[in-house]
Design a protein around this ligand. Structure first.
Ligand SMILES: [Fe+2]
Ligand SMILES: [Fe+2]
Length: 267
């Protein structure tokens, strides 16, 4: 087993701009950063809401090894019938067991069996899962003997809930990485017992926007309260994610840092 495993965890892919920048840049980024594995949240990949089988297939073809999902998991009709066909795609683990799809993925990373799963937070979230703290505990127990370590995604709105989960899992997870707010935070690091942490890894999509959507309709909605269509924006497209370097012998994350890649000639 090599000394350090390099994991890139990419935040919520938003619409076509998010998919396109991965197509253009991910292969090169894998080589530049000497990445061993790439995981991406695809909950906004289809026109900003949800994912489809065709889109999942195209993301996996760009060099994403596993796809996770969030509260928008079931936004695209038909995906509930397709998700089971994808062994490297998982839906949030703390949804009712009757939900289709896998609750985790296990990837072989240079001989290290890396489990990946997502828990949804409950504070200020529309789609409510079971308790993410007890849910993560249950998943880690279920993975004992099946995986060498787990990367836990906390898909949540409240920074407090995300940080608390980091502390709860410190020493028991490879990393706890946040998604859902689409805004990267400046707190990437390693907790005292060796779990990598970042409150939110940001989105992969257009940053000249409000969380990936065109500014004018969102702003208009705030100004007059009238409903509008929120189309996916186009400007300032970036890949955003967390690079986790993990030492499988010491069983500790060594480093976590924000990775930002801007589209060439970006507007
Ligand atoms: Fe999202
Ligand atoms: Fe979300």
């Amino acid at each position: 087993m090599e000394a350090v495993i390099k994991i890139l965890f990419i935040g919520d892919i938003v619409g076509k701009p998010g998919r396109e920048i991965l197509q253009e840049r991910l292969a090169r980024l894998r080589a530049e950063l000497n990445l061993d594995v790439v995981i991406a949240n695809g909950e906004n990949a289809a026109a900003g809401s949800g994912i489809t089988g065709a889109i999942a297939k195209s993301l996996l073809a760009t060099g994403v090894d596993a796809i996770t999902l969030g509260d928008h998991v079931w936004d695209q009709r038909g995906w509930e019938d397709e998700i089971d066909d994808f062994p490297t795609v998982c839906r949030p683990a703390n949804l009712p067991e009757s939900n289709p799809g896998r609750d985790h993925v296990i990837l072989d990373v240079k001989g290290f069996k890396l489990a990946v799963f997502t828990v949804l937070g409950r504070t200020f979230m529309g789609l409510k899962g079971d308790c993410p703290f007890l849910g993560a505990d249950a998943m880690l127990k279920k993975l004992e003997g099946k995986a060498d370590g787990a990367l836990v995604e906390i898909h949540a709105e409240a920074t407090s809930e995300k940080i608390a989960l980091g502390w709860h899992l410190d020493g028991r997870a490879v990393a706890v990485l946040g998604t859902h707010t689409h805004v990267p935070t400046a707190d990437a690091g390693v907790l005292p017992k060796g779990t990598g942490f970042m409150c939110d890894v940001g989105m992969t999509g257009p940053y000249a926007s409000v969380l990936g959507r065109e500014v004018a309709p969102v702003l208009g909605r705030f100004l007059d309260g009238m409903p509008r269509r929120f189309e996916v924006a186009e400007g300032d497209v970036r890949i955003s994610g967390a690079l986790v370097e993990y030492d499988p012998v010491a069983k500790r994350a060594v480093k976590v840092q924000l990775i930002t890649v801007k589209r060439a000639g970006g507007r």
